[in-house]
Write a protein that binds this ligand. Structure first.
Ligand code: ASP
Ligand code: CP
Length: 343
């Protein structure tokens, strides 16, 4: 794909070479993401973060990634604090904001909402999650994490078993991740979910048509057996018409230390897009796993920074100039020694 000036809306836009490009640039961003070096390559640029659904890490990490490149971020969160609450259309909002900034990140509750917004503007728009549709930058950071954790390149993942667990019907991260993994050499994909929340048929077919093996099961012990990567997800309660319907499924798949030791392959890495639901009765990944090296969820969130920096650099065409203004940082940066830190 041509990154320069493009919207990033869906994993459908990517081929394997594009993934290599993003990861090569992301690797170069690591010293900046880890606050060892600083760069001002995007000094003078402005990002608008428009988030119309709750978010912690996507919103903050896009803003932090942009700041680490020297740019400035402006934000609006929630419909009630934007003029959409006064009836302004997505089209008008897009046309207006495009006049103020150089790049936009948007999260919207409706599938296709970010795409509709992007159609109204020539300023690059990055999809930070559109309803149950996609979350393409999450999938990129997920695969970046898998590659780092397993110590295998994107071209060396063939034969890896990846289990995705939970609400696969509504989870936009697993939709994008399935599309992205479909670009790899044949994998063993296992989709673990209640029948009602299984992976959409079109995505199963896409994986099969790329030569992957796909197994669907309702059973957690069966589903995680021999998996190298276990990607758990939250019941997406906000996508159900009634909360009681979501409650029926909450807690169906909880992994704690005892479950891990009994059913998972030793060394299997545990991922989750987060937030994990820490309420009693949910706990997709119990806090008693926190001291396990295999729990990679906080390294996964850290990886959002270099990957999002890479996307900004590519879309704005500065990927070859990042080091020109680089220098060591002159402020306190805590040492990285914990099990959850970058490896
Ligand atoms: N944070 C991710 C998303 O917005 C996953 C989740 O909310 O469960 O899609
Ligand atoms: N993973 C993710 O999208 O997290 P937030 O919903 O907190 O942004």
């Amino acid at each position: 794909m041509e990154f320069l000036g493009s919207h990033i809306l869906s994993i459908d836009q990517f081929d394997r070479d594009d993934v290599h490009t993003v990861f090569r640039v992301a690797d170069e961003m690591e010293p900046y993401a880890q606050r060892r070096r600083r760069t001002r390559v995007l000094e003078g640029t402005v990002l608008a973060n428009l988030f119309f659904e709750p978010s912690t890490r996507t919103r903050i990490s896009f803003g932090a990634a942009f700041s680490r490149l020297g740019g400035h971020t402006l934000e609006t969160t929630g419909f009630q604090f934007s003029s959409m609450a006064k009836g302004e259309s997505l089209y008008d909002t897009a046309r207006v904001v495009a006049g103020y900034v150089d790049v936009l990140v948007m999260r919207h509750p409706v599938e296709g909402g970010v795409g509709e917004f992007a159609e109204a503007t020539h300023v690059p728009v990055i999809n930070g999650g559109d309803g149950p549709g996609e979350h393409p930058t999450q999938a990129l950071l997920d695969l970046y994490t898998i590659r780092k954790e397993l110590g295998r390149g994107v071209d060396e993942l063939g034969g890896t078993r990846v289990a995705m667990v939970g609400d696969l019907k509504h989870g936009r991260t697993v939709h994008s991740l399935t599309k992205l993994l479909s670009l790899c050499d044949p994998l063993d994909l296992v989709f673990v979910a209640p029948d009602e929340l299984q992976m959409p048929e079109g995505l199963v077919e896409r994986a099969l048509s790329h030569g992957h093996s796909v197994r669907q099961t309702e059973s957690l012990p069966d589903g995680v057996a021999d998996a190298d990567v276990i990607y758990t997800t939250r019941v997406q309660q906000e996508r159900f018409t009634a909360l009681e319907d979501a409650d029926k499924f909450r807690g169906s798949y909880s992994i704690n230390n005892a479950v891990y030791e009994k059913f998972c392959k030793p060394g299997a890495i545990l991922l989750h897009p987060l937030p994990r639901d820490s309420r009693p009765g949910a706990r997709e990944l119990d806090e008693d796993l926190n001291q396990r090296r295999e729990l990679a969820i906080f390294r996964q969130t850290d990886n959002g920074i270099p990957v999002r920096m890479a996307l900004f650099a590519l879309v704005l065409g500065v990927q070859d100039r990042v080091h020109d203004t680089a220098e060591d940082v002159g402020w306190f940066v805590p040492p990285r020694v914990g099990i959850h830190d970058v490896v």
